[in-house]
Ligand binder design. Structure first.
Ligand code: EPZ
Length: 417
């Protein structure tokens, strides 16, 4: 098993380039199931989850591949579709469930393994399946697979119980080729949803309202592939803002989409971190000692749950005490016991963590449990005295492209062993 070895204590300085967004690229790649002709996607990050998505698209009859060994462009060919999404691929990445709606829209049949839970929660998909049934799909669960059938998907007026990111993306894709009008209400408003809708509109879809809580989709018969550039990864950007802050560094984050992480920038400002937007991204530096703050995760445009572990790591070394309230996932504090092993003072009660700043953290062997918990341990290791060994870094490779190279380039003493 690979590990990351980090010698802490170096203030990061220099520039870090942000990769394309994992959480935009995944649904956008899956939406190529709906297309009648090839498409080429640019700024696609080279991540494990992207490799999984490419493998699944191949199995489904959409041969996909990076156009060259180093680049970030993925070409997806067209071809006869299969409706079978096998367990061994779906279980490694729960976003794979998003293929269900597009397969039903195109084939009228799908057999998709029910995605398992993961470290951060049970991750049920009833918002997705109930909405697809309202559009005329007949779904049943059979030995761990969702079997879906429909003559054709029909437009419907659907209200989600809460703003689900995946549910909103899933139903936008299904409705894009359904018959008639679909209205989705109480939608999530994340920028990745807007990126997906913009791509589909570029292919001839008729979607409006993306980025608001009500999205209108008029089904069309055909969608033609096109060239599309995926948006930058706002969570990766927020993570590197926190990395510069926790090490007392001064960095330039190239391609940082500041306008899509305003809640993160505002909260970092409260802790004493200055983020200066400029044409190509943003510069970040710390002004003296950091202060603990209170954070509550919320659907977009509130403070993103995907940045919760990272700002908690930052607060472990800040003055005073603060709280982190996690309202989106039921078990997203797996990083806490590992940070405590490094000397952090964090107390949990239910969905709330109380953090009291400590003067220093000490390096230790720690274990990543999921993508963002893992990266919060890297952040802590960058600031801790001594050596930190982060284990199970395959979690990190799901969502951070070449993280040790990007950090090493701005001075971090970090290497993969
Ligand atoms: C997306 O997950 C992201 N994943 C997550 O990022 C992100 O944390 C999450 O949105 C919230 O912003 C991708 O985009 C691939 P939800 P998703 O549907 O779509 C529950 C990362 O680190 N729920 O908005 O699964 C669900 O269990 C990942 O990059 C139901 O109960 O998020 C969760 O508690 C982690 N029933 C909450 O709602 C449903 O039918 C929010 O889920 C669907 C969701």
């Amino acid at each position: 098993m690979q590990e990351l070895l980090i010698e802490g204590g170096v203030p990061l300085s220099g520039s870090i380039r942000i990769s394309g967004s994992k959480n935009a690229a995944l649904p956008i790649l899956f939406s190529s199931i709906l297309l009648d002709s090839p498409a080429v996607f640019h700024n696609v990050p080279r991540l494990r989850d992207i490799a999984t998505t490419i493998a699944l698209l191949r199995v489904l009859g959409r041969p996909a591949a990076f156009t060259d060994a180093e680049g970030h462009s993925v070409r997806v060919e067209n071809g006869p579709l299969s409706g079978e999404a096998p367990y061994e691929l779906v279980r490694t990445m729960r976003a794979s469930v998003l293929v269900l709606g597009p397969l039903l829209a195109r084939l009228g049949f799908a057999r998709v393994a029910l995605p398992g839970g993961c470290a951060i929660g049970a991750r049920p998909v009833e918002q997705h399946t109930r909405a697809l049934e309202k559009m005329g799909a007949r779904l049943e669960l059979e030995s761990g697979y969702i079997i879906g059938r429909c003559a054709s998907l029909r437009g419907a007026d659907i209200t989600f119980d809460f703003p689900t990111v995946g549910g909103t993306e899933h139903l936008i894709m299904a409705a894009a080729q359904a018959e008639g009008e679909t209205v989705l209400r109480n939608c999530a408003r994340e920028p990745e949803i807007t990126d997906l809708a913009n791509f589909l509109n570029a292919c001839g879809a008729k979607i409006s309202g993306q980025g608001t809580d009500t999205v209108h989709i008029r089904g069309v018969a055909a969608l033609r592939g096109c060239d599309y550039r995926v948006m930058p990864d706002r969570v990766e950007a927020g993570t590197f803002l926190a990395a510069a802050a926790i090490t007392g560094g001064n960095c330039d984050i190239v391609g940082c989409p500041v306008e899509e992480i305003t809640a993160v920038v505002a909260k970092l400002g409260e802790t004493g971190v200055t983020v200066e937007p400029h044409a190509g991204g943003a510069s970040v530096r710390r002004n003296g000692k950091l202060r603990c703050v209170d954070v509550t995760t919320r659907p977009y445009p509130g403070f993103p749950t995907d940045m919760q572990a990272q700002i908690m790591a930052l607060m472990t070394l800040a003055e005073g005490s603060g709280t982190v309230e996690e309202t989106i996932f039921e078990n997203r504090f797996m990083h806490v016991p590992e940070l405590v092993r490094m000397g952090a003072d964090i107390r949990l009660s239910g969905s709330r963590a109380v953090i009291r700043g400590v003067p220093a953290l000490t390096g230790a062997p720690v274990m990543a449990s999921d993508l963002r918990a893992g990266v919060s341990l890297v952040l802590a290791g960058l600031a801790a005295s001594g050596t930190t060994r982060v284990q199970r870094i395959y979690h990190l490779d799901r969502g951070y492209e070449r993280i040790e190279h990007k950090l090493e380039a701005v001075g971090a003493r970090i290497r993969r062993v």
